[in-house]
Design a protein around this ligand. Structure first.
Ligand code: HEM
Length: 206
């Protein structure tokens, strides 16, 4: 235990944290889309959680990747943590994580540009968001193939429990119709903010 550099331990801990947070982001997105929890969870709260968890998942991921630059054993370089296939250690397994990272970055950027690009911003965001669905399976394959702890009992139990929960929510997504799009009556100025929020909620879940 004492021979393992603290950086490597933290790389693993931040990896599992990032994966757990990413799973929670997907779960909140699916709950928002299906409204499975009914009145127990307000859509606006689910959306806030979905975004907030996404930001902290990226923070944990930044730590996971940043520590690879200072780890004395593997000593990755900046191109090696950003470009799939360049890693000095298990390049394919690491490339899966890098691909998931770029998908998350693109959906984050699309979310930021969304309002600035007007109507086109919505289309860009929806497409980027669709691609982001691939981030979770890629990150999970990366976890299973690259992780030192992947086959530990606690880790297998975690992966099976979380995957089961997401598969259940995903199946529900297929069976539960999306919330109805609001019709567009002439806008009374006082109602505009509520309508905007409603539209944003519906757009975020399709
Ligand atoms: C969404 C993106 C990512 C997630 C969720 C993620 C998550 C994980 C997890 C859960 C592990 C296993 C930790 C353990 O065994 O305890 C891991 C390992 C690892 N990850 Fe990532 N990762 C991601 C992206 C990346 C990226 C972009 C790199 C950059 C090079 C990277 C490099 C590594 C390396 C080198 C390991 C092996 C550490 C070990 O011995 O377990 N990961 N990652």
């Amino acid at each position: 235990m004492s021979e393992i550099p603290w950086t490597w331990l933290l790389i693993r801990a931040s990896g599992v944290t990032a994966w757990g947070l990413l799973s929670a982001v997907v779960l909140y997105g699916l709950l928002l889309r299906t409204r499975l929890l009914g009145r127990k969870a307000q859509p606006a709260t689910l959306l806030t959680m979905h975004r907030w968890l996404g930001s902290i998942a990226l923070g944990a991921l930044a730590l996971h990747m940043g520590l690879l630059l200072v780890d004395p054993v593997v000593a990755f370089t900046i191109p090696q943590i950003l470009v799939p296939g360049l890693a000095p250690w298990q390049p394919f397994d690491v490339a899966l994580g890098i691909a998931a990272f770029w998908l998350l970055i693109s959906v984050g950027l699309a979310a930021r540009l969304r309002t600035r690009l007007g109507k086109a911003g919505n289309t860009v965001f929806r497409r980027a968001h669709l691609f982001a669905f691939a981030a979770w399976p890629l990150a999970t394959m990366h976890y299973v193939l690259a992780g030192t702890d992947a086959l530990a009992e606690w880790s297998i139990a975690l992966i099976v429990a979380v995957s089961g929960l997401l598969v259940f929510a995903l199946l529900a997504r297929g069976f539960v119709p999306p919330p109805a799009r609001p019709t567009q009556p002439a806008k009374a100025p006082a109602q505009a903010p509520a309508q905007e929020l409603n539209k944003e909620l519906v757009d975020s879940t399709t």
